[in-house]
Ligand binder design. Structure first.
Ligand code: CP
Ligand code: NVA
Length: 307
């Protein structure tokens, strides 16, 4: 039976831990020049309706490094631009390729593709979730901190797709997540209620960013206006002024706390140049881990199938 990855909630806690361990192992093997060619003869199709640097290139690189082939498509290249139903697209692509990696706007689009495709569908970002990002971030936290036990993450800024995926991760793994978002920009309320209930209140909304970071091991932020929200950018800049990760906010966090950002970053908005360029913010190690996590994911879903 095929497995999709549309949301972190598609995975059990054991599967998340298994993916992180597998990615860490594949990362050290890659550094030693050992590469399983487990995608030999396999083709992954990437359908991207939004721009991407990290996700696209790390997925293509992951496929190539595992001996497979990748085909990249934008909406404009395909009949999506002329409104071919996604249910048809899914049932055509699955005759040609072994996995579909999709970046789009409506989350229901990836659900529709997954419903009709007989091959795994991987969410490479929707307006609602960005699971591959947060799985790779967990690998980064695991590497830098040595464990995910007794972890507290402070989310500073917009309650967006990445924040939703962090809530889902906390729900599965049971770590603490302090969400500091301006009023009106909190994450999805239903997801929050579930996460808060299932973690006995460890997923919390804390409006004050200083309070949110005071006990955090990780400070995390993302752009104030996500892709598709460009028209709201000016209003958001006003609303988010207190929610910038800068030296003053960082001084309110424990001295061991690291700063993560999924990138791309807007220096001077959600994070200052001083903080993102400092050793406290290993954001390029974080970006690198997209490759390793997605190698593990592809190997699990369409390669060796082992976790
Ligand atoms: N973090 C991330 O998903 O980056 P891209 O938009 O460049 O893929
Ligand atoms: N929240 C951002 C993440 C970019 C990787 C967006 O959706 O644009």
């Amino acid at each position: 039976m095929k497995r999709d990855l549309l949301s972190i909630l598609d995975l059990s806690a054991e599967e998340i831990s298994g993916l992180i361990a597998k990615a860490a192992k594949m990362k050290s093997e890659l550094a030693a020049g050992v590469l399983p060619k487990s995608l030999e003869g396999k083709i992954a199709g990437l359908v991207f309706l939004k721009p991407s640097t990290r996700t696209r290139i790390s997925f293509e690189s992951a496929v190539f490094r595992l001996g497979g082939q990748a085909i990249f498509m934008t909406g404009q290249d395909t009949q999506i631009s002329r409104h071919e139903p996604l249910s048809d697209m899914a049932r055509v692509l699955d005759r040609y390729i072994d996995a579909i990696v999709v970046r789009t706007f409506a989350h229901s689009d990836v659900e529709e593709l997954a419903k009709y495709a007989s091959v795994p569908v991987i969410n490479a970002l929707t307006d609602r979730f960005h699971p591959c990002q947060v799985l790779a971030d967990l690998l980064t936290v695991f590497e830098k901190r040595g464990s995910l036990e007794n972890l507290t993450v402070a989310w500073i800024g917009d309650g967006n797709n990445v924040a939703n995926s962090w809530m889902n991760a906390a729900r599965r793994l049971g770590f603490s997540l302090n969400l500091a978002c301006p009023p009106g920009y909190e994450p999805d309320s239903e997801l929050f209620e579930h996460a808060s209930r299932e973690t006995n209140g460890k997923v919390r909304l804390i409006t004050d960013p200083e309070q949110a970071v005071s006990n955090a091991d990780v400070l995390y932020t993302d752009v104030w206006a996500s892709m598709g929200q460009e028209d709201e950018a000016k209003v958001r800049i006003q609303a988010f002024q207190r929610y910038q990760i800068n030296s003053r906010l960082l001084s309110c966090a424990p001295s061991h706390a690291m700063v993560l950002h999924c990138l791309p970053a807007h220096r001077g908005e959600e994070i200052t140049a001083e903080v993102i360029e400092s050793p406290r913010a290993p954001v390029f190690d974080q970006a690198e881990n997209r490759l390793h996590l997605q190698m593990a994911l592809l190997d699990w879903l369409i390669g060796s199938k082992e976790l």
